[in-house]
Design a protein around this ligand. Structure first.
Ligand SMILES: [Zn+2]
Ligand SMILES: [Zn+2]
Length: 195
């Protein structure tokens, strides 16, 4: 089965380190109100067995595709995550094993593990370019690609740092912008300057 790894050798020979590499298909995830897609992830590392448990240590690499916070165009985000996860043949049997993932039929399934680690590693917000001009608040045109005439008469002029969707109906996205720690921090700093 895809995304699974046979760990029978590590279970048979506890204390011995087995190097391995695996390719993992990662399903897209809903994060901060947007759909994030992932390339196939590559996991390289070692297996170490001890009793009923196997520890997987290594490095997970993947490329996520997120939307630019200003113009919504896709942005590729390379991800690299350290992996240190425990799997057990007796997972969920005892309270102690709560943090263990299951070993079933001498195999471990890396799907959930990889997805969880990658989602945690995603940045809050990405830009296609530092100077991305964003979308026109009036006509919705991507101002990196076309120069519409909406702003020439001063209608709906937008400050460069204004969040995307201002003046457009995108309640989900603007709500997401408000609750990020970064925007809260920014508001605090701006508040201080006014005092
Ligand atoms: Zn952009
Ligand atoms: Zn326009």
């Amino acid at each position: 089965m895809a995304n699974t790894l046979n760990v029978s050798q590590a279970l048979k020979l506890p204390g011995q380190i087995f190097p391995f590499s695996a390719q993992i298909d990662v399903e897209s995830a809903e994060v901060f109100g947007e759909t994030v897609c992932f390339s196939q992830a590559a996991l390289t590392g070692t297996l170490l067995g001890a009793g009923d448990t196997v520890t997987v240590r290594g490095e997970l690499r993947c490329e996520a595709t997120m939307s630019c916070a200003r113009c919504l165009s896709p942005v590729k985000v390379p991800l690299r995550v350290d992996v240190d996860e425990r799997f057990s043949r007796r997972a969920a049997e005892t309270a102690d094993d709560a943090e263990m993932r299951p070993i079933e039929e001498s195999c471990i399934d890396l799907t959930d593990c990889a997805r969880e680690l990658l989602v945690l590693e995603l940045p809050m917000r990405v830009l296609c370019a530092e100077d991305c001009k964003g979308l026109c608040p009036v006509c919705g045109a991507n101002r990196n690609e076309v120069s519409c005439t909406c702003l020439e008469d001063g209608e709906g002029a937008l400050a460069p740092d204004a969040p995307p969707g201002s003046g457009r109906s995108e309640p989900d996205r603007s709500a997401g912008e408000v609750i990020t720690p970064f925007s809260a921090l920014k508001a605090m700093i701006e508040g201080d300057e006014e005092v």
